[in-house]
Design a protein around this ligand. Structure first.
Ligand code: ADP
Ligand code: ASP
Ligand code: MG
Length: 424
């Protein structure tokens, strides 16, 4: 990946870089804020840098469009929904380009399809397959700021697709990878990645660096500051990724690093993630025999529904219970599949479920070299009277499922007990 890195501008004696900058919904949430973003971009241009900008829809717009669609269909037709929600970003790119042109900058806006951000055809959660970046390079050479609509692409048949909520982050990192950018900067309404969501725990503090692995876990476990797929892309293509504030002029934000900092005594736990978008389903009285997990989860996977935690209890008298979690949005659809396709087929006693659960996770590469972290977590929750419904662990994370009403309490007590409120 050839970037502009290291190209020396001999007139000004400074390094000219190519930045991909992404501004989220809040950062472009009003005309004033869009003008503020244009001013910030102009500063980078004035310093000689090339800038590709990715923007989200103005804050609240994507939700408004989805709600509008639901007035017509309870579960909107996915293809039509994508045609519709992609308009939010289309408005933002045009407005930002106008703001830039008004300042005397050269700027051009593009939708995902115009760039040709080629995706698969999984409407509402499509994956980027390829980006035709030639045209963008030409614009950049001509001194243009290129403004690309986030969150959207096009499949090989020309259908508009979207990349899932928070997908503009992924557009930005994918463009940075395709263009060999020197840095992908995610500008948002907080000044970096925190030990946990600062809106829930005011004592949370910003991490100056976080390892790629930790960020991957945090994003996948619910920290919506970066969409998981953007972190996956950054890992795969070694994109230098930084999260920063769009409201502050200074600040280093948080850099996602690929190497663990050997010199630094890192905290054992780096962060706490949580996710309310969870639902749990239990298939009761399942015959305890080979192939049963496949018979239950096969039809769920065929419907393109992601399963997260899975628990199969110890069998009694040839019967067992089988529980798993899914995204709350897919709860009704999954219950339908289980009741109509799976239960009669395998002869289970029943299917029960609940969507008032939440997942709370502690994450840290330091866990690898420390024991007793899990017991400390479980003891802390027990002392607060919080019942743990499910547990799942990996080398660098421990997740528990709890009743949704205890989620915030769990996050706060864990943040305190692991001393995350004390800046390292
Ligand atoms: P944008 O619209 O810019 O994409 P998002 O709302 O998607 O912004 O993501 C930023 C938000 O992520 C923050 O306002 C914050 O509430 C939330 N958040 C959750 N976990 C974290 C975390 N660990 N660090 C920072 N922000 C977090
Ligand atoms: N506008 C989309 C959303 O609200 C994509 C994004 O903001 O990243 O999810
Ligand atoms: Mg976001």
């Amino acid at each position: 990946m050839a970037g502009a890195a290291g190209r020396l501008d001999t007139r000004h004696i400074h390094i000219v870089a190519l930045f991909v900058q992404k501004y989220g919904g809040t950062s472009v949430g009003s005309t004033e804020r869009i003008k503020n973003v244009a001013r910030r971009i102009a500063k980078f241009r004035a310093a000689g840098h090339q800038v590709v900008v990715v923007v989200s829809a103005m804050s609240g717009e994507t939700n408004r469009l989805i709600a509008l669609a639901r007035e017509f269909q309870a579960i909107p037709h996915p293809r039509e929904l994508d045609v519709m929600v992609s308009t939010g970003e289309q408005v933002s790119v045009a407005l930002l380009s106008m703001a830039l042109i008004d300042r005397g900058a050269k700027a051009k806006s593009y939708t995902g399809a115009q760039v040709r951000i080629l995706t698969d055809n999984a409407y509402t959660k499509a994956r980027i397959l390829r980006i035709d970046e030639e045209r963008l390079r030409t614009d950049l050479k001509e001194g243009c700021v290129v403004v690309v609509a986030g969150f959207q692409g096009v499949d090989e048949n020309g259908n508009i697709t979207t990349l899932g909520r928070g997908g503009s982050d992924t557009t930005a990192v994918a463009l940075a990878a395709a263009l060999g950018a020197d840095e992908c900067q995610i500008y948002t309404d907080v000044d970096g990645v925190y030990t946990t969501d600062p809106r829930i725990v005011p004592e949370a503090h910003r991490l100056s660096t976080v390892t790629f692995e930790e960020m991957l876990e945090m994003a996948s476990l619910g920290s919506k500051v970066l969409q998981i797929r953007s972190v996956e892309f950054a890992g795969k293509y070694k994109v230098k990724l930084r999260v920063l504030s769009s409201f502050e002029e200074e600040g280093q934000g948080t850099l996602i690093t690929f190497e663990e900092d050997k010199d630094m005594e890192r905290a054992i736990i780096s962060g706490i993630a949580f996710n309310r978008d969870e639902a749990k389903i239990t298939v009761l009285g399942v015959p305890d025999r080979p192939g049963i997990a496949y018979q239950i989860l096969g039809p769920v996977a065929d419907a393109n529904i992601d399963v997260d935690m899975i628990i199969q209890n110890v069998g009694h008298d040839g019967m067992t219970d089988f529980s798993f979690t899914i995204n709350r949005n897919e709860f009704e659809r999954t219950m339908d599949i289980l009741k109509n396709q799976v239960q009669p087929h395998i002869g289970a006693r029943g299917v029960v479920g609940g969507n008032r659960i939440a997942k709370v996770s502690i994450v840290g590469v330091g866990m690898r070299s420390h024991v007793g972290i899990a017991s400390k977590m479980f003891r802390t929750l027990a002392e607060e009277g919080i019942n743990i419904q499910m547990i799942s662990t990996s080398e660098i994370k421990i997740s528990v499922v709890v009743d949704e009403k205890y989620m915030e309490l769990a996050v706060r007590v864990l943040h305190k007990v692991f001393e995350l409120d004390q800046p390292s």
